[in-house]
Design a protein around this ligand. Structure first.
Ligand code: GAL
Length: 719
């Protein structure tokens, strides 16, 4: 029977190429996911992670071979890996975004120690997508996703795909396509079993010489998967030998119909406007080496904190943990192959086609994924190449439409959906259909959490305006803004400090005002949002004052008070935003209060005449508290699990003070590590570090200190 052993602990790492003769003591112990360099938030050089490194792992087999095959599985390593086992070297794996595996059985020492070595080239190799030209993001180095040791019988299941026949029918059959290993003989029994709505269905088939097989599940009444009700099912496959079970393989799937039509996107027959953001997979300090918990948290942030219904995995296949969470919470996904504006030579294109295959074969069972991006982001037309990427995607997965992202509207349309980056600060009339806006804003209006109020408000309004126009423009399926989170980049891009400040949240995933332009679009039944887009100061804007004051909210009405004055009761600004479900409120009449008494801002939100939310912002700009908050109360004691620790310098009502530049010093007690700069300066009155669990159970105490405010402490359980 298949047995998977996580293979993440007990690695040794050296930041240069080392032969087997180099002593273990010259290496440092590490756990996967691993970043080959821990970096500051900004102002570092990409040479700090672009080098060849060596990973080494000594291990004994966790159990006897007993005729099984043993594979080493890597979920992702950046960017090119040469793997050796006990002196045998496999062909180099090129590409950092999709999984790879080697059958190491024939080279193993069954009873003794084994030496696994990975020479990892994390330089920007022009022969591997996305490289060959500049790229506006960083491809941080390291074995940055998990590894596993996989025991399987020679006859085993390689992959499986579930294809419901008619997702819209009350009850539907589903084809289960199964791929078997080359060593699987014809004539073995394969059983598929699933429990649907309390009923267990089972179907049997017999393996064939071709190595593939399709079983058909009988008609079942599936609950359809949707953002509001993300129903998932598990299918268990069992491969039987003459008198033993040879393999077991589980597939998670969902049943839904997703169609981009000429007039918009339809999910399960209902029109759904796609409101989304792009996500890069990188984080401060750790590059892309984020464990499952952080990957899953990003999906939660995009769905729950930002109220999006779709995310684009710009510009490459992302962690399976992220995608699994998108399935579980009902966040739609547009996933694409690695690349950025550049198409390389024939060998490069062959790798890109390999990426199309690897992406689709890894991810075809995720109901959340509704589009395959099979064009290099913003590249020029290439009829021959893109005819091939589209044909391959359609052949591998006839159930999903393809798209490609371009930045000029006359580009050749070989895909099923025209993906267009509309940087006009408006919304272009579609020149093709189906049409999806795949980016907007971004570099046209970079905005930092330390920028002045005017800029931050304008940034938020641009996002709101484009979402509004896109909603109102017939034939636009949705708008996916650039982007969710600020991200590290090369010197050719961004603000000169290696950051593109294009996020509606900062690099720590903490909100700018633009985040509330998204958050406020959710139904108040889900969550009531009320956020005044102001720091409430008299002289931050040009010429002073706060007029007009925008408030992002899904309330029906708001009352606004400045000090003792009732400024008025306001309705959402429908004239400026005719299509948004919940337009921002635009408060005028605040006047210029120089020389007058300046009091606190008080906003009260009403729904159906009932007071449901309020916000107060202090006028005195006094830091009242250092807030410290851990995203998770408990971490696993696996040496890799991490949680984010957010800090904020806030006024007496809990609003962050964006110009507070307090320096925080963290101290930790217990078996865990602080990942981040320490001490660290607040930026925009906020920031974050991470706590990474050790391997001993216990309670971690993390304390942050800063001048003039009481220290703050959080406790995290490890175990
Ligand atoms: C686009 C590109 C993105 C990002 C963005 C910044 O052209 O596709 O990766 O660079 O610009 O606005």
């Amino acid at each position: 029977m298949r047995k998977i052993y996580p293979f993440n602990a007990g690695w040794l790492f050296m930041s240069q190429r080392a032969g087997d003769d180099v002593a273990d003591t010259d290496f440092v112990p590490v756990t996967l996911p691993h970043s080959n360099a821990l970096l500051p938030v900004n102002h570092f050089d990409d040479a700090e992670y672009q080098f060849i490194s060596t990973y080494r792992k000594r291990f004994r087999l966790p159990r006897p071979l007993d005729g099984q095959r043993v594979f080493i599985d890597f979920a992702g390593a950046m960017i090119s890996a040469t793997v050796s086992i006990n002196g045998h070297t496999f062909a180099e794996h090129r590409g950092g975004y999709t999984p790879f595996a080697y059958d190491i059985t024939d080279y193993l020492h069954a009873d003794g120690e084994n030496l696994l070595t990975v020479h990892l080239d994390s330089t920007e190799r022009a022969d591997i997508p996305p490289f060959g030209y500049v790229v506006d993001y960083l491809t941080f180095g390291g074995i940055y996703r998990e590894a596993a040791l996989r025991y399987v019988a020679p006859a085993h299941i390689v992959n499986a795909r579930v294809r419901p026949d008619d997702p819209m029918a009350q009850s539907t059959t589903a084809d289960v396509d199964v791929w078997l290993s080359d060593a699987t003989p014809a004539g073995l029994t394969l059983i598929a079993q699933a429990t649907i709505d309390g009923h267990t269905v089972t179907v049997e088939g017999v393996t064939t010489a071709e190595g593939t097989l399709t079983l058909t599940l009988p008609p079942c009444a599936y609950k359809r998967w949707s953002p509001d009700s993300p129903q998932m099912y598990t299918l268990d496959l069992t491969l039987l030998g003459a008198d033993e079970t040879l393999d077991g393989y589980a597939v998670r799937f969902g049943v839904r119909q997703a169609v981009f039509a000429d007039d918009g996107f339809y999910l399960n027959g209902e029109k759904l406007f796609l409101r989304g953001l792009n996500r890069h997979q990188t984080y401060p300090y750790i590059g892309a080496a984020a464990p499952a918990r952080l990957q899953r948290k990003d999906a939660d942030i995009i769905k729950y904190e930002l109220g999006c219904n779709i995310v684009r995995t710009s510009h490459y296949p992302q962690s399976k943990h992220f995608l699994e969470r998108c399935d579980e919470i009902g966040l739609l996904v547009f996933e694409e192959i690695p690349g950025w504006q550049h198409i390389g030579d024939e060998a490069w294109q062959a790798l890109s086609l390999r990426d199309v295959r690897a992406m689709i074969e890894r991810d075809w069972n995720h109901p959340s994924i509704v589009l395959w991006g099979v064009r290099i982001n913003e590249s020029w037309d290439n009829t021959e190449f893109y005819t091939r990427t589209n044909a391959l995607a359609r052949q591998l997965d006839p159930t999903r439409q393809t798209t490609g992202v371009r930045f000029w509207p006359e580009s050749e349309f070989l895909e099923d959906v025209y993906g267009y980056n509309d940087f006009t600060n408006s919304v272009l009339e579609p020149t093709q259909t189906p049409w999806l806006i795949t980016e907007f804003n971004g570099h046209m209006f970079p905005t930092k959490t330390i920028d002045g109020e005017e800029r931050q408000v304008e940034h938020a309004i641009r996002h709101a305006r484009i979402q509004d126009r896109a909603l109102g423009m017939g034939g636009v399926s949705g708008a996916i803004g650039w982007c969710a989170f600020d991200y590290n980049t090369h010197k050719e891009f961004g603000s000169g400090d290696r950051i593109c400040y294009h996020g509606v949240m900062d690099i720590f995933r903490l909100p700018k005002y633009a985040a509330y332009a998204y958050a406020s679009q959710v139904s108040p039944q889900q969550r009531i949002v009320l956020q005044a887009a102001t720091i409430w100061a008299m002289g931050d804007r040009s010429a002073g004052g706060n007029d007009p004051l925008y408030i992002f909210s899904n309330c029906d009405e708001v009352d606004v008070y400045a000090g003792k004055d009732h400024i008025g009761r306001f309705m959402p600004e429908r004239a400026e935003f005719p299509y948004l479900q919940h337009p921002p409120f635009k408060v005028t009449g605040l006047g210029m209060r120089w020389g007058e008494e300046f009091g606190d801002l008080h906003v009260v939100g009403y729904i159906d005449g009932q007071r449901v939310a309020e916000q107060r912002i202090s006028c005195d700009g006094q830091p009242a508290q250092l807030l410290l908050c851990a995203d998770d109360p408990t971490l696993a004691a696996d040496g890799a699990d991490m949680t984010r620790i957010v800090f904020k310098i806030v006024d007496r009502y809990g609003n962050r003070l964006p110009y507070a530049r307090h320096i925080l010093t963290f101290a930790i007690e217990g078996d865990a590590q602080i990942i981040g700069e320490n001490p660290i300066a607040a930026a925009g009155g906020q920031g974050a570090v991470y706590v990474k669990a050790g391997t001993r159970a216990g309670v971690i105490k993390l304390t942050a200190q800063t001048a003039r405010l009481p220290a703050a402490t959080v406790h995290i359980n490890i175990g």
